[in-house]
Each structure stands twice: as structure tokens, then as C-alpha cells.
Ligand binder design. Structure first.
Ligand code: C5P
Length: 221
């Protein structure tokens, strides 16, 4: 068995949550820990790839051998991803990007006056779909799908709709895997293949995933 070597390749990974400001002291976010994306970045770097890790706010240390670029909002993550992706061989979207942002961020801290208040939200750009839609220099593009039901149906839908090469699906309704956990189980779907990766640590899964992607990328060349 020969380890795939990723020397000379550039991999871009998004990881963690995004934070969408409401006012100078408040934001909307989610419980993503960033662990899966960081493990993928680390696994690709240890096989010799140049890795750019576009990370939302997390508590994690930067993986060794990776260039971590920290961002806060989905719009910041989108801008950076669109800059880096055309120079990448592989783009892996692991971030839990906020689907919506606040339409008008208040310049000053919002005071409590009324008994009820509304915040208007507008849709954020879909980062992985925009990368996959690149006409020139499009990287091999991988997405994730965290689902609580009908995992296969929704994951295959996202594979098609976002025009991805591969999607890694997990059922986040199952205790002890997915969000915030150290473990996960994934099913990979491409246009013509289904590959189950059984429950393991995110570090082990990341290594398996990176090898599968690396094989698919070399098959394409
Ligand atoms: O549609 P959904 O958010 O479930 O899709 C998840 C996949 O899309 C993940 O790979 C996630 O990183 C990516 N995504 C993105 N930009 C968004 C929303 C999701 O890159 N605005």
C-alpha cells in the first residue's frame, strides 16, 4: 500500500461556524466546533498538500503545517473562498455557514424598549455552490450535509443542486456523532458511488476522506 502524496497540490478547507453581527455586541451563530474541518486540513497537510484553512471563530489551535485564515461572517468567508478557490486543486466546505445574516446591522448597541422586536434576515451567499460554479480553474469540490432525517435524499439533492463532485453526509440526530462530538460517521455520495465510512474519530475519518478525495482527483487527471 502506497500513501498518496499530495506534494504540489493546494487544498482549501472551510471550517467552523460563522458569526453574523446584530449590533456591536451581539451575533447569530451555531454550535459547530470546527473539529471535522480542522482534522481534514491536518490530514491533507500531513500528506504534503499546501493547505489553506478558512476558519470561522473556534476554540481550536491551528493544525500544524496549515495556513489558517480567520474570518467572522459568511460574507468574509465567501470573499476569501472565491479568492483562493481558483488556485486550489481541492475545495472542501466543512464550515457551518449561517444561512442568513442580519439585513441591517445596528451601529450602536440595541436598547430594550419594546416588549417584542423583529430582526430582518437576508440570505447569505452559498460558498460551496459558488466555488463549484467556477467556469475556469474549478477545483474538485466537496461539501458536507448535516441532516436529521432522510439523509440520503437530502444529501443527493445537495450534491446535484450545488454541482459538487462529492458530498459527505451525516445524521446529526444520532447521539455521540456530528456537531461538537469527537466522533462521526459519514456516507459519501458522488454521481455514481456511495461510500459508507463507519463511526470513528473525526481524525480517522478525515484521513480516510482525504485519501478517497486524493484518489478521485488523480483519476480525473
Ligand atoms: O445547504 P446546506 O447548508 O445544508 O449545505 C451544506 C454544505 O454547503 C456544507 O458543505 C457547507 O459548508 C456549505 N455551505 C456553504 N455556504 C453556505 C451554506 C452552506 O458553503 N452559505
Amino acid at each position: 500500500f502506497v500513501e498518496p502524496k499530495l506534494q504540489g497540490q493546494h487544498w482549501v478547507v472551510t471550517a467552523g461556524p460563522t458569526q453574523e453581527a446584530i449590533d456591536p455586541v451581539r451575533y447569530i451563530s451555531n454550535h459547530s466546533s470546527g473539529k471535522m474541518g480542522y482534522a481534514i486540513a491536518q490530514a491533507a497537510a500531513s500528506l504534503g498538500a499546501k493547505v489553506s484553512l478558512i476558519s470561522g471563530p473556534t476554540k481550536l489551535e491551528a493544525p500544524s503545517g496549515c495556513k489558517r485564515i480567520s474570518v467572522t461572517s459568511a460574507q468574509d468567508m465567501h470573499q476569501l473562498a472565491m479568492e483562493l478557490a481558483p488556485n486550489a486543486d481541492v475545495f472542501i466546505a466543512c464550515a457551518a455557514v449561517a444561512d442568513y445574516r442580519v439585513a441591517q446591522v445596528a451601529e450602536q448597541k440595541i436598547k430594550k424598549h419594546e416588549d417584542a422586536m423583529q430582526i430582518n434576515l437576508v440570505k447569505n451567499p452559498d460558498i460551496v455552490a459558488d466555488v463549484a460554479a467556477l467556469n475556469e480553474n474549478r477545483p474538485f469540490t466537496v461539501g458536507f450535509a448535516a441532516e436529521t432525517q432522510d439523509v440520503e435524499h437530502y444529501a443527493k439533492g445537495k450534491l446535484q443542486k450545488k454541482k459538487l463532485n462529492l458530498i459527505a453526509a451525516n445524521n446529526v440526530a444520532v447521539q455521540g456523532q456530528g456537531f461538537n462530538s469527537d466522533d462521526n460517521a459519514l456516507t459519501l455520495y458522488s454521481a455514481d458511488e456511495t461510500i459508507p465510512l463507519s463511526l470513528a474519530t473525526k481524525v480517522e475519518l478525515a484521513q480516510q476522506l482525504v485519501k478517497i478525495i486524493s484518489d478521485k482527483v488523480s483519476d480525473q487527471k
